[in-house]
Design a protein around this ligand. Structure first.
Ligand SMILES: [Cu+2]
Length: 450
C-alpha cells in the first residue's frame, strides 16, 4: 500500500500519502485508519452535493502538502511529482474517472464532473487513486516499473498515457560471421566453388532514434528513424580480400499503437505501422570489379518500398513478474525503383521478466523470425559473381534467445527514464544459402518520457 500515491477523502478523513514528497493530510484523526486510497462520497441528494463541494473547499484549509487548491469542481495539488497517477476502476462508475486525473504543469488535477451535476443519486462511490509508477496496482497494467517496458530489442511494446512524450535512442550492433546453407555452416572455400567472391563477415550498426506521443490513453503514436552503418568483408577465389561499407539514414517508420484491452493487469494493443522508403537502395563502393560499383542487396540501407508493419502486442504483469508477446509483420508494397522488393517478414517474440527491486529487472526472450527471398532483381548485379547478389539466396528462418536487463529510475528528476540492454544469440538458423549467418545482436537503449 505504501507504493500508492493515495488520495482519501470522505468528508471525514482526508489522507494523502506520497513517499517521495511526503504529502500527508488529514482532517479528522478519528477515522485515519480507514482504508487508505479509498475515497468515499456519501451523497443522497443535491444537498449532499453541496456538502461535498464545501468539503472539497475545506481541504484548502488543511495541511495537504506541498500545496493544493480547490476551485469549482477540481482538486489541484501543486508540484505533484507523479506523472502517472491513475484511478483504479474497480466498482467505480466511469463518470467519476473519465476526467481525472489530469496534469498541467506538474499539477495533479482531479476533476469531479458530477459535482456540477444536479443528479447525483447513488449512495456511495468509492474512488481509488493510485500511482501508475508504482507496483501492485490492481487492475491496470503499469509501465512504471523496471519491466514496464519490454526487453529493449522489442519495438512498439508499450503505449503511454494521454499527453506523454517519450524519446528513445537505441544502439544495435549485429555481427554476422561465416556462411550457412540450410541449417549447416559452410566454409568460405565451399562458397568459392560456386562463386567468384564470398562474403566472409559483416557488421551492422544501427542508431535508432524514436519518439512517442500519446494522443490519448488508448492511442500512442510512434516514429522511428534509423541510421545504419554496414561493413562487409569479402574473400575472392584468388585469395584476395576486400571490404565494402555503406551508411545512411534508413527507412523511417510511423506506427499507431491502439489499445484494445486493459484489464486485470493485462493489455493488448494493435501495432499499425507504415515504413517509408527513405533509405538508399543505390549504395556504391569500390570492389575488385571496379571503382564505385553498385553494392549487393544486404549492403543497401533501405527497402525502396512502402512497407506495412501490422502487429499485435500482449502484455501481462503480476507482482514482481511480467510477460508479453508480440507478433509483427513486414509487408512490402509494390516494387522499388530498382525492380525488386525485399522479402516479407514475420516475427514472433515472447518474453518473461522479473523485477528484483524498483529499479532493476531481468528478461528472457524468444524471438522467431522468418523472412522471404527477394522478388525481382536489380539488373546491375550479377548473381553468378557473389551470393549476396542472388535474390534467391536471401530468405531464412531464425530463432534467437535474448537475455535482457532493464534499469529504471523510480524517482527524482530523472524519474521514468530507462537504460536497458539485450543480448541475443541464435538457437536455430536455417538460411537459403550460402548466406551470411547472424551470430549475435546487442541492443542498448536509453528512454526518457515526460
Ligand atoms: Cu514509449
Amino acid at each position: 500500500m505504501n507504493n500508492y500515491y493515495s488520495l482519501l477523502f470522505g468528508g471525514i478523513t482526508v489522507f494523502i500519502f506520497n513517499l517521495s514528497d511526503v504529502v500527508y493530510a488529514e482532517t479528522n484523526s478519528a477515522n485515519e485508519h480507514q482504508t487508505m486510497s479509498t475515497v468515499q462520497q456519501q451523497k443522497r441528494n443535491n444537498q449532499n452535493q453541496h456538502q461535498l463541494k464545501s468539503k472539497l473547499s475545506n481541504l484548502s484549509n488543511q495541511q495537504i502538502q506541498p500545496s493544493h487548491s480547490i476551485s469549482a469542481n477540481r482538486l489541484i495539488v501543486n508540484s505533484y511529482s507523479s506523472k502517472h497517477l491513475q484511478p483504479i476502476n474497480n466498482n467505480i462508475p466511469t463518470e467519476y474517472i473519465t476526467q481525472f486525473p489530469d496534469f498541467e504543469d506538474q499539477k495533479f488535477i482531479a476533476t469531479f464532473p458530477s459535482l456540477s451535476d444536479n443528479d447525483i443519486s447513488s449512495n456511495t462511490t468509492n474512488l481509488i487513486i493510485a500511482d501508475g509508477d508504482h507496483q501492485n496496482i490492481p487492475g491496470k497494467w503499469s509501465a512504471g516499473r523496471p519491466d514496464g517496458h519490454a526487453p529493449i530489442g522489442v519495438m512498439g511494446d508499450h503505449s503511454h498515457k494521454k499527453g506523454e512524450f517519450m524519446f528513445s535512442y537505441r544502439y544495435m550492433l549485429m555481427e554476422m560471421n561465416g556462411n550457412r546453407s540450410g541449417t549447416n555452416s559452410i566454409s568460405d572455400a565451399e562458397v568459392l566453388q560456386d562463386f567468384m567472391v564470398t562474403p566472409a563477415k559483416m557488421t551492422m550498426q544501427m542508431h535508432m532514434f524514436g519518439g512517442m506521443y500519446a494522443v490519448d490513453d488508448n492511442l500512442t503514436l510512434m516514429a522511428m528513424v534509423p541510421y545504419v552503418v554496414k561493413e562487409m568483408d569479402h574473400i575472392t577465389r584468388s585469395g584476395a580480400s576486400f571490404t565494402t561499407t555503406s551508411e545512411g539514414f534508413g527507412d523511417i517508420s510511423t506506427t499507431a499503437l491502439y489499445k484494445i484491452l486493459d484489464q486485470n493487469q493485462q493489455s493488448i494493443h494493435l501495432n499499425l505501422g507504415v515504413s517509408f522508403p527513405i533509405g538508399s537502395i543505390n549504395e556504391r563502393d569500390n570492389t575488385p570489379a571496379g571503382a564505385n560499383q553498385i553494392l549487393p542487396y544486404p549492403m543497401q540501407i533501405g527497402s525502396g518500398t512502402f512497407d506495412l508493419l501490422p502487429g499485435i502486442t500482449y502484455l501481462g504483469q503480476s507482482g514482481e513478474n511480467s510477460w508479453g508477446s508480440q507478433l509483427l509483420a513486414t509487408v512490402r508494397l509494390g516494387e522499388n525503383d530498382n525492380s525488386y522488393k525485399l522479402g516479407d517478414q514475420l516475427q514472433l517474440s515472447a518474453w518473461v521478466a522479473r523485477n528484483w527491486n524498483n529499479w532493476l529487472a531481468n528478461s528472457i526472450r524468444l524471438k522467431g523470425r522468418t523472412w522471404g527471398n527477394i522478388n525481382g532483381a536489380d539488373s546491375r548485379l550479377n548473381p553468378a559473381m557473389i551470393p549476396t547478389a542472388d535474390p534467391n539466396l536471401r530468405g531464412g528462418t531464425q530463432l534467437d534467445l535474448g537475455i535482457g536487463l532493464n534499469l529504471y529510475v523510480p524517482e527524482g528528476d530523472l524519474k521514468g527514464s530507462r537504460l536497458a540492454l539485450e543480448f541475443e544469440l541464435p538457437l536455430y538458423r536455417s538460411l537459403n544459402g550460402p548466406q551470411l549467418e547472424s551470430d549475435w545482436l546487442l541492443t542498448i537503449g536509453l528512454q526518457t518520457s515526460f
